[in-house]
Design a protein around this ligand. Structure first.
Ligand code: HEM
Length: 436
């Protein structure tokens, strides 16, 4: 039997630009540096070291409030499951003290939006239940035909581009946005606007997407989005449809009062933003790995029933969400390390997904990896990704259509990743291909 291709396991000392952990200030700066996330080998060198030597590590980067990084699969699962001890509010993602202060000055609080990922119970349970049925596997199946039409449109666009394209920016970024717009019931003419919104919210640390005013720009984007949301809420109250916007627009709070504008806007935004770059990054990373590992591509062509498992492996490999925070609500312990009430913890999902305690040969891309569904790319526990069934369905359909239409995929240039420590993935993936 042929063996799967291996990627080298990045190590500190062998990888350029990763400071030695003995220089704590420089090492801690590398953990939060968006550049570390745009270079897979750099990220993995840092976190391979942490998993082995300091799985729960106190990180004190200059300009940030200190926090623990949690690098091992088992420890992240434990933190995510215990929602009484580890809560989502108030600290959600890595932000500099200066940015936190700017948000405080603009909003009087600690965030620009209030949505599922920043909520704890009882609100989290209530808000999640609103759309859980819509995003269930059973309901997602009903969207299959519409999603396939969108996938075919993307693949035909690739064919029209000839035999070369930038798969990340010309295909993978558009298809999931259109799928999300299908769930929201947003018209095609809103596409450019929604693209801008999702790019600015998640790509805020990337120079190509950043507005000069940075956080001020982000605030302006969210204000623009607010007006869009008010229009869709008013319309779906008057003209209910079979879309998730209708559910959000007509939802009520725990006391039976109608959902407020801030909550509705935040709900639309989390669906639009969380469902976009994550899925497109995983699709680009998946295609890249199939190109880099021709034996895996051949296995998939020989046995297309492997595709659902292959999609899971693509998502494990890409782990586009690089972290979320939890805050200890009381004194606790993780991996034998005492944690004080109020401490923040960064859950490093891509690190969990390269943990050799769970995944055999974790730096090999194997589409038939038996236990791949144990990956934590979708998180774990009560906050487990709401859109995971949609993401997997759309990726399966996209790859079915891609493999049916084209042959001889090859790299046509160097791939490039986004500089962002929250959600990051491929920005450019130049490829060559041949229409069948
Ligand atoms: C939450 C990853 C696609 C909507 C999350 C979380 C992760 C994640 C890591 C946090 C889970 C936790 O805290 O335990 C991903 C990845 C995706 C993807 C890797 C694609 C490959 C989508 C899609 C949607 C979506 C397509 C569209 C609806 C959400 C929402 C939450 C969430 C609403 C918040 C859930 C909660 O806090 O209860 N996702 N996601 N995601 N995701 Fe996704």
């Amino acid at each position: 039997m042929a063996t799967a291709a291996r990627s080298p396991e990045p190590r500190i000392g062998l990888t350029p630009h990763v400071p030695s952990p003995e220089n704590k200030a420089a090492f801690d700066a590398a953990i939060v540096d968006p550049d570390s996330y745009a270079h897979e080998e750099r990220y993995h060198a840092i976190f391979n070291y942490l998993r082995e030597e300091a799985p729960v590590y106190w990180c004190e980067p200059d300009g940030y409030r200190p926090f623990w990084t949690v690098a091992r699969h088992a420890d992240i699962r434990r933190v995510e499951l215990d929602t009484d001890t580890f809560i989502n509010d108030p600290r959600l993602t890595l932000a500099t003290i200066a940015d936190e202060e700017r948000i405080m000055a603009m909003t009087g609080g600690n965030k620009l939006t209030r949505n599922l990922v920043s909520m704890d119970n009882p609100d989290h349970k209530h808000f999640r239940a609103m759309t859980q049925g819509y995003f269930s596997p059973k309901h997602m199946k009903q969207l299959e035909e519409d999603i396939r039409s969108l996938a075919r449109e993307s693949v035909e666009h690739m064919a029209a581009l000839g035999s070369e394209c930038d798969f990340a920016s010309e295909v993978a970024i558009w298809f999931p946005l259109r799928v999300i717009m299908l769930t929201l019931g947003a018209p095609r003419e809103d596409e450019a606007f929604l693209m801008k919104i999702t790019q600015e919210v998640f790509g805020a640390q990337d120079f190509d997407h950043m507005r000069p005013e940075e956080m001020g720009g982000l605030f302006a984007t969210i204000t623009e989005f607010n007006a869009w949301c008010d229009r869709i809420t008013a319309d779906r109250k008057a003209n209910p449809r079979e879309d998730v916007s209708t559910i959000i627009a007509n939802a009520t709070l725990t006391d039976g009062s109608p959902m407020g504008n801030m909550e509705a806007m935040s709900y639309y935004l989390i669906i639009a933003a969380a469902g976009h770059d994550t899925t497109s990054s995983s699709s680009s990373a998946g295609l890249l790995e199939l190109i880099r590992n021709p034996e895996e591509m051949r296995k998939l062509r020989d046995d297309p029933s492997l595709l659902p498992n292959a999609v899971e492996e693509m998502i494990r490999w890409a782990s586009p969400v690089k972290h979320f925070f939890r805050t200890a609500a009381k004194d606790a312990e993780v991996g034998g390390v005492p944690i004080k009430a109020g401490d923040g913890l960064v859950m490093a999902y891509p690190s969990a997904n390269r943990d050799s305690a769970v995944f055999d040969d974790p730096f090999a891309f194997r589409i038939d990896r038996a236990n791949v569904r144990q990956h934590l790319a979708f998180g774990y526990g009560p906050h487990l990704c709401l859109g995971q069934h949609l993401a997997k369905l759309e990726m399966r359909i996209l790859f079915e259509e891609l493999l049916a239409r084209f042959d001889d995929f090859a790299l046509a240039g160097d791939p490039e990743w986004t500089r962002a420590s929250f959600v990051s993935g491929m920005k450019h993936l130049p490829i060559r291909y041949r229409a069948k």
